[in-house]
Design a binder for this molecule. Sequence first.
Ligand code: PHE
Length: 332
Amino acid sequence: MIEELEQTAADASARLAEVTDLDSLATLDAEFLGKKSALTLAKKQLGGLEPDDRKAAGKALNEIRGRIEADIAEARQRLTADARAEQLEAERLDLTEKRDEIKRGSLHLVTQSRDRLEDVFVGMGFTIAEGPEVESAWYNFEALNIPEWHPARGSFDTIFVNLGEPEQVMLRSHTSPVQIRTMENTEPPIYIVAPGRTFRTDTADATHLPAFNQIEGLVIDKGITMGDLAGTIDEFVRKFFGGEVKTRLRPSYFPFTEPSAEFDISRPDGSWLELGGCGMVHPNVLRNCGIDPDVWQGFAFGFGIDRLAVMRYQLDDIRELVNNDVRFLRQF
Ligand code: PHE
């Protein structure tokens, strides 16, 4: 009997070495160790043997059983590892595929220009200020010395928001309200620039966008003159464009500055491009913010960032900045 079982164990070992899936392994397990297996049947017959024989046979049976169990465990381990490897292979994602088609994004031209402007002004000692894009008539007009009856209100082509009293809430038509907000809660001296989005009822064309970006500058200190203003504009233009670009001021009018000017920068062909407005902060504006005009003076300026980008990158049409054509955007 023991000899027969040794043969069975050898058979089992050979077949377990070849088994290729877990289902077949379960069948083999039942066949060699289950209730109807030769091994189990042999164990049942042990009772009929003499005590000494029984002991020897029992030991041999246990030893054979141990070997078959070890073979089964080994086969199970091998099959489980195979199955896992197969699953990993099936679920693998090839992230290196189509490698040369991966394109890197970049910051938008206007963002790049704004970042550069901020760097230039921060380098000159200014800090960055911000204000909301939806404003009240007080901040967008009144505090800036533009009362309700003032004809200058019309020149701002304001987009009003349908909220509260008519024409009291609006998308800010310039960044100048940030002057007021800053002076309201900062003790002079003040040296800030405030970049941000601004809105007007303009129809988009080659030189206008209804939603555009401005940057406002405000300096409040003692003994500030128009010369400081001219020097500041000249310095930032030089830093932004490099040495070749010149600036000039032309007399102009804004209710919130007195005197007021428009400032131009020189183009490579010698012509002038109007960039923005500026002037000495009007005493009424200082008073509206609780600042004594007999002690403090200052200047302010504001200009379009999008126009600056158009000039710097020599674009034909300002609308390129918002068309979102990747063939255009990718070049920068
Ligand atoms: N806010 C003015 C505009 O948008 C520009 C400006 C700013 C003029 C500051 C003077 C001082 O046209």
